[in-house]
Ligand binder design. Structure first.
Ligand code: BMA
Length: 315
C-alpha cells in the first residue's frame, strides 16, 4: 500500500500546534476553538469561537501573516451574542465563512432558548457585522453557504436533528432566492448506521471547496463509545453544477483525534474544523480545527492527494 493510499497519511499536523489557546487572549476566557477561516488583505483571518467563563461563546477575530504564527487578536471587533434575544440567548458558536461576491457571509450557530439554530451575519471588513436573521429553526447547526448561486438560488448545507423513528442527524441541502425564504430541502449526506464511523450523526466541517472535480466537503462523523463521543472527519464530493448530487463519499475517516491536544481538553477526542484555506499553489489545503473544544490547531493536506484518495475510497 502506498503512503498516499493510507488515509492516516493524508493530513499532516503542524508541529507548532496548538496555534492558539485561551492563554493568548487579551481577556480572561476558558477556551478558543472551532474557528471559521478566510484570507483578507494577504492575511489569514480566523473568526474564533471564544467560550468565556460564564460558559457562553462569542466570536472574535484573530489575524496572522503566515496563518501559523504571530497572531493578533482583535478584541475591539467582536461579535457578541444578543443575550436578550431568544435566538442567541446562550451564545453564538461555530462560524463558517464564505465569500459571496464582495461580502463575507458568516453562518453560525445561535444557541437559542429553544435549542441550536442557524444564523447569518455578513461583513466586508470583519469590523462591523450585519445580522441577517435566522436561516433554520432548531435543532439545526453545522451550516455554510456556497460561494455563488446556482440559477439565481443560494444553497445552504446544514444539519437538522430528527428524533423519530430514531434520533438521526443527517446533512441536508436547502435553497433560497434571497437568503430569507428557504425550500427544496433534501438530504445530502445521510448518517450511516450500525458500526460505521459516521453512524447516526454527521455534520459539515468547513464550507464547500470548489475544485475541478466537484465541490469538496470535509464532514464530521460522531461515534459514541463507552468512553464518550469520537469526532472524526471524512470526505465527500458534490457535482459542480448540481450540488444535490453526491459523486463520492469516503468509506473511511481521513482524520481523527490522535495528538495529545486532541485527546485531552474540555471535550476529549474531538477534531472539529469550521474552515480551510487553499494555498496560492492551488494544492496546499490547511484545515483550522478546534481540538477537544479547547484550542485551535492546523493540519495540511494536498488537494490532489485528497481527490485521488477519495476516488479510490468511495463507498
Ligand atoms: C458539536 C458542536 C461543536 C463541538 C462538538 C464537540 O455538537 O457543538 O461546537 O465542538 O459538539 O463538543
Amino acid at each position: 500500500m502506498s503512503q498516499a493510499s493510507r488515509s492516516a497519511e493524508l493530513f499532516e499536523r503542524y508541529a507548532g500546534n496548538p496555534v492558539l489557546t485561551a492563554g493568548d487572549w487579551p481577556y480572561t476566557v476558558n477556551a478558543v476553538f472551532n474557528p471559521g477561516v478566510t484570507r483578507l488583505n494577504a492575511e489569514t483571518l480566523l473568526v474564533v469561537r471564544v467560550e468565556d467563563r460564564t460558559g457562553l461563546s462569542h466570536l472574535c477575530i484573530a489575524r496572522s501573516g503566515d496563518g501559523l504564527e504571530g497572531w493578533t487578536i482583535d478584541a475591539d471587533h467582536r461579535l457578541l451574542p444578543e443575550v436578550d434575544s431568544e435566538t442567541e440567548r446562550y451564545g453564538i458558536e461555530d462560524p463558517r465563512v464564505t465569500l459571496c461576491g464582495d461580502e463575507y457571509m458568516v453562518v453560525y450557530t445561535g444557541y437559542s432558548s429553544h435549542g441550536p439554530l442557524v444564523r447569518l451575519a455578513s461583513t466586508c471588513d470583519f469590523k462591523t457585522f450585519e445580522r441577517r436573521g435566522t436561516l433554520m429553526p432548531p435543532e439545526d447547526k453545522d451550516a455554510a453557504l456556497f460561494p455563488h448561486t446556482f440559477d439565481g438560488r443560494f444553497a445552504l448545507i446544514h444539519r437538522p436533528v430528527a428524533v423519530a423513528p430514531r434520533q438521526m442527524a443527517h446533512i441536508w441541502l436547502s435553497w433560497s432566492p434571497d437568503l430569507h425564504f428557504w425550500g427544496d430541502h433534501t438530504v445530502l449526506i445521510p448518517a450511516r448506521e450500525g458500526g460505521w464511523w459516521d453512524a447516526n450523526k454527521v455534520g459539515l466541517g468547513p464550507p464547500p471547496l470548489e475544485t475541478e472535480r466537484g465541490w469538496l466537503l470535509l464532514y464530521h462523523g460522531v461515534r459514541v463509545t463507552a468512553a464518550g463521543a469520537l469526532y472524526r472527519l471524512g470526505l465527500a464530493l458534490l457535482d459542480l453544477e448540481h450540488p444535490e448530487r453526491v459523486l463520492a463519499r469516503s468509506s473511511e475517516w481521513v482524520f481523527g483525534p490522535q495528538a495529545s491536544y486532541e485527546l485531552a481538553g474540555d471535550v476529549p477526542a474531538v477534531v472539529f474544523p469550521c474552515g480551510w484555506t487553499l494555498g496560492d499553489d492551488g494544492d496546499t489545503i490547511r484545515i483550522y480545527y478546534g481540538a477537544s473544544d479547547t484550542s485551535i490547531c492546523v493540519a495540511t493536506a494536498s488537494l490532489a492527494a485528497l481527490l485521488d484518495w477519495l476516488e479510490r475510497h468511495s463507498s
